[in-house]
Design a binder for this molecule. Structure first.
Ligand code: UDX
Length: 439
């Protein structure tokens, strides 16, 4: 099958590469020449485990192409996936101007039947809007269908998630569109992956609801961790007992400095907006966002408290800058928020991250933010260590070495990477999230 994927961001590039891996001929389009050039040379412009290998192999087999020529890509394709950016506006609503622009381009290139599929997370009703724009602007007599096929992949495990999804959601309202999309997903369909076929607006809604629920689960466990801190209970025991209830499940019950990334923060805000627009006040999602904002600030307070109430002139070693491990993405990263706030409060932050250092430097750009290439170098002479992202190399760190390098053995472990008992035995002043032992 010939496919065009419009947009070579995370979702677009992964979708294009994986559909090529399924044996389709895929053309991925982006406006940015540099991005197209990088992908065409087998060099993804961002870090995603496994992507480079799959990209190189499919480029070699001439099943995958990257181009800026959107017109030809659309004309040659039977299925066109829209994976362009849908950034948040200041008020939390979603900016769909790129989607509208592409819909118009599709209309002028519609020379035969095609299925136009939204892969980007778009507000409920957007796919119908695309249908109307194409209908208004296309040549008379050519037919097309629209469909919604939201993507649930996580950064850091995007390829695995695409190939082994928990489910595939397809919102389509014509037999031909359903048949074509079923055929496209055949390799996954054959593996007994559950498929949810529904109408278009329901498929669009499902994506927001899933991300809002995941965010709510994180905010919930973060609040429980805060309570554990006060009463002296261990959040890991509480979360384990909760997770053993099949109705709750063990995943997304890890406390931390708040959720970040390109999806959960944006999609929760959009969910509230979508509800507002239809006259519904979605209180739980609003609270989820509020708790998340407070959680980032609570993490800062934890650091300030352990520094005896004042970080002015203090040097803080920070491990982790990406919003989660295995990615160089710092969008809405709690780690970056914490670094900025500590600097604002008068501290110097010496930071290390295995992948996100460069991105963080352009974002933070302050003389009191000192990026370093070695995780132990940031510790030399620092007043404390803060762990903000749970990269596995931090789990396996040499604890004695940490102790020897820091001015005072203080660790604020915002991801609960270490065992509080061990740290205490080794002579550390240790703060975790919801499992700090009383001194
Ligand atoms: C998320 C959704 O999981 C995915 O289905 C959707 O398609 C895109 O958004 P992603 O943003 O890549 O994926 O990361 P995810 O693994 O969901 O983590 C999001 C944030 O929540 C991270 O900052 C992470 O550290 C935090 N998190 C996650 C927690 O604090 N605790 C948890 O238990 C899980």
């Amino acid at each position: 099958m010939r496919i065009a994927v419009i947009g070579a961001g995370y979702v677009g590039a992964v979708t294009a590469t994986c559909f090529a891996e399924f044996g389709n001929e895929v053309v991925c389009v982006d406006k940015m020449e540099e991005k197209v050039k990088a992908f065409s040379q087998g060099e993804p412009p961002f870090f995603e485990p496994g992507l480079k290998e799959l990209l190189v192999s499919n480029l070699k087999q001439k099943r995958l192409f990257f181009t800026t020529d959107i017109d030809t890509a659309i004309r040659d394709a039977l299925v066109v996936f829209l994976a362009v950016g849908t950034p948040p506006r200041g008020d939390g609503s979603t900016d769909i101007s790129s989607i509208i622009e592409v819909a118009k381009i599709i209309a002028r290139n519609l020379d035969g039947y095609k299925v136009i599929v939204t892969k980007s997370t778009v507000p409920v009703g957007t796919t119908y809007l695309i249908r109307d724009i194409i209908e208004e602007n296309k040549k008379i007599g050519v037919s097309f269908d629209v469909a919604s096929n939201p993507e649930f992949l996580r950064e850091g495990s995007a390829i695995y998630d695409f190939m082994h999804p928990d489910r595939v959601v397809i919102g389509a309202e014509s037999d031909s569109a359903i048949a074509i999309l079923k055929d496209l997903y055949r390799p996954i369909y054959l593996r007994d992956t559950p498929f949810v076929f529904t109408d278009i607006k329901t498929a669009e809604l499902i994506k927001y609801v899933c991300n809002s629920f995941l965010a709510m689960k994180i905010s919930f466990i973060n609040e429980v961790a805060n309570i554990c801190d006060i009463v002296g209970s261990d959040i890991h025991v509480v979360a384990r007992a909760m997770g053993l209830d099949n109705r709750i499940g063990p995943k997304f019950l890890h406390p931390g400095p708040g959720f970040g990334g390109s999806c959960l923060p944006k999609d929760t805000l959009a969910m509230v907006k979508i509800a507002e627009n239809i006259g519904y006040d979605f209180k739980l999602v609003k609270a989820t966002i509020e708790v998340n904002n407070l959680q980032k600030e609570r993490a800062v307070s934890k650091i300030v408290e352990v520094m005896e109430g004042d970080v002015r002139g203090k040097v803080i070693a920070l491990w982790g800058l990406s919003f989660k491990p295995n990615t160089d993405d710092i969008r809405e990263s709690p780690a970056v928020y914490i670094a900025k706030r500590l600097i604002e409060l008068g501290a110097v932050v010496k930071a290390y991250d295995p992948a996100a250092l460069e991105n963080a430097v352009s974002e933070i750009d302050n003389p009191n933010f000192i990026p370093m290439e070695d995780m132990y170098d940031v510790l030399k002479g620092s007043d404390c260590l803060v762990i903000a992202t749970e990269w596995s190399q931090f789990r396996n760190a040499d604890i004695e070495r940490i102790k020897g390098l820091l001015k005072k053995p203080i660790v604020v472990d915002l991801r609960n990477v270490y065992e509080p008992e061990n740290m205490k035995k080794m002579g550390f002043i240790y703060r975790g999230m919801g499992r700090s032992l009383k001194e």
